[in-house]
Design a protein. Structure first.
Length: 577
């Protein structure tokens, strides 16, 4: 691995302080904090607040910011509890009480809590059955079992709970209990936790702040009801939660601003940034904003995307098209199945495989065959987007068409254009996007740059010829020819460079044993390649490009190695020499 590579990975963890808030959560946090402060000005019964959001919406970050502000209030005691960390219901309940910081309330409260916790925790299974909707005879059995084990249960539970409430009120403190990751629990644990909040731990001067994905929790709870209706789950939640707050979606503007800042940091850490064309960077930024970012909904998705790019860009930024790479990497976040499907279907995507397959099938007409091939193609395109939420399928189709224009739109762009731009839809570059390296039979971009520079600076054709023979032997004639065509296509060579290039080609080892005008092996028809090279460059510059006398004389000198006097004559005529 290149020791100069730097992978600048962003932490995908919740923020803990307001100074790190880049998504404008302050307004919501201030509203929740002020509500709690107002509530804590006097005695009150237990109060519950729910903070709702999907995965990655920033629920934990919001809780941390609320906690940061409330910790500044002398009469408020914060206790944080994450029920997801515990393996069963009994340990969940016991650790809930252990998480309550009672030392700042009173010693009597601490002692009372230590006696109260085992009573309600050890009888958890009974509590769950007793309070489960529609329990029927199970309730009677639960009560019997419970009372058999703890004869003084009724007196103990009620009196101890009352004593604990009195101790909190007497201390003039208010207990704020923050609970996160409720949606990660199984359905029985969720039900037990809510019963705990509603009945067992509903002390006076106590406020619960509960963060969750409400839809997921409602689906889990609905199984406790005979009809299995999700609305019943919502109704149950609303009996527990008195104040409900839905986190708003982060605006596209905020996501864009955050991504742009991080993307610039990735680019600034790349080694040899002088190798990057500024236009390519601008194109990548424009295409990311237009095609990729509209598919992201949460800050977590953006952070994951940034981390994916932090890994792939340092490895590939000189080897592939940066814009195509960034758009392809976005699929890993928003549609992993589409990414895998593209990776595993190179022949279909680049070779128009459906049409080739249908050539082998008997159809009534050529039109019928074409229609069948087109249907196969459309079915494949639909497969790329089928697992994406419906409201994002159009945007995803738009992105896929951008990185695979030759397949989606039957593009007529020349193959050399895709090769020159190192596009994903180039047969030579496709695999680089997925293996994070250059295949051993392909000349890397670094070596292409070295070869280009040698063509420009070589003092004579013989030295250049040695370089050409090296590349042919290490890779192949086909790969070497492809790279030469690519170098010529970019039009960075001067007329002297082109002349030496043609002479060096005439000196190749494969030409020394020629006995005929044109070889039958297409890959060895260097005389045609030379003529085409001269013709293309002359025609494209309106006869302004003229090979030097030295180059023409050199071609004549080495014509025997090609065994064709005609080549010299053609070159002579084309150059008007």
């Amino acid at each position: 691995m290149n020791p100069n590579l730097s992978f600048n990975i962003s932490e995908d963890s919740p923020i803990t302080t307001a100074k790190d808030d880049v998504f404008g959560r302050k307004r919501i946090v201030d509203a929740v904090v002020q509500t709690i402060i107002n509530k804590s000005q006097s005695k009150h019964t237990c109060f519950t607040t729910g903070i709702y959001g999907k995965w990655g919406d920033g629920k934990t970050s919001t809780l941390n910011l609320i906690s940061e502000q409330l910790n500044q209030q002398e009469n408020i005691i914060i206790s944080c509890f994450n029920p997801w960390l515990f393996k069963d219901q009994e340990s969940l309940l016991l650790d809930f009480f252990n998480s309550i910081d009672g030392k700042n309330i009173s010693q009597d409260f601490v002692k009372g809590l230590k006696k109260y916790a085992p009573i309600v925790s050890l009888g958890l299974s009974g509590l769950v059955n007793i309070f489960a909707p529609g329990a029927g005879t199970m309730m009677e059995k639960g009560v019997t079992t419970f009372i058999d084990k703890l004869p003084d249960l009724k007196e103990n539970v009620n009196s101890r709970k009352k004593q604990l409430s009195e101790e909190i009120v007497k201390s003039q403190k208010h207990l704020v209990i923050i609970i996160d990751d409720v949606d990660r629990l199984d359905k029985s644990e969720i039900h037990a936790l809510f019963k705990l909040i509603k009945q067992t731990a509903s002390f006076d001067n106590t406020i619960f702040i509960i963060a969750m994905d409400k839809e997921m929790v409602a689906k889990a709870l609905c199984s406790f009801y005979e009809n299995g209706d999700i609305q019943a789950g919502h109704n149950f939640i609303e009996k527990i939660i008195q104040a409900q707050l839905y986190l708003p979606k982060i605006s596209q503007g905020q996501l864009l601003q955050y991504f742009t800042l991080k993307f610039k940091a990735i680019l600034s850490n790349l080694p040899n940034t002088d190798l990057i064309d500024e236009r390519e960077i601008l194109e990548a930024q424009y295409n990311i904003h237009k095609y990729a970012l509209p598919l992201f909904e949460t800050a977590r998705q953006i952070i994951q995307y940034i981390n994916v790019l932090s890994f792939s860009l340092p490895l590939l930024y000189t080897e592939v098209n940066i814009s195509d790479l960034c758009l392809l990497e976005a699929l890993k976040i928003v549609s992993p199945e589409a990414y895998k499907t593209i990776r595993n279907n190179k022949a279909r995507i680049l070779g128009q495989m459906p049409d080739g397959v249908y050539m082998l099938v008997r159809f009534a007409s050529d039109q019928e065959r074409k229609e069948a091939a087109e249907k196969e193609k459309q079915d494949f395109i639909e497969m790329l987007t089928i697992n994406t939420p419906h409201h994002y399928q159009y945007e995803l189709h738009y992105l896929l068409g951008k990185i695979l224009p030759s397949y989606f739109y039957s593009s007529t762009v020349p193959t050399l254009e895709y090769d020159s731009s190192k596009r994903l839809c180039s047969e030579r570059y496709f695999e680089k996007y997925f293996i994070y390296d250059t295949p051993s039979n392909i000349i890397s971009e670094d070596n292409i740059d070295v070869l280009t520079n040698e063509i420009k600076t070589s003092i004579d054709a013989k030295r250049l010829n040695s370089t050409f023979d090296y590349y042919i032997q290490k890779y192949s004639i086909d790969e070497f020819t492809r790279v030469l065509q690519l170098i010529l296509y970019k039009r960075t060579l001067q007329k002297e460079n082109i002349g030496k290039l043609c002479v060096a080609l005439s000196l190749l080892k494969s030409n020394s044993s020629r006995t005929r005008f044109t070889e039958t092996d297409h890959a060895k028809q260097w005389e045609l390649f030379i003529v085409d090279t001269l013709n293309i460059h002359i025609n494209n510059y309106d006869n302004e490009v003229r090979l030097s006398k030295t180059s023409i004389r050199s071609l004549r000198l080495y014509r025997k190695s090609l065994n064709i006097l005609q080549l010299y004559l053609v070159c002579l005529l084309l150059s008007n020499f």
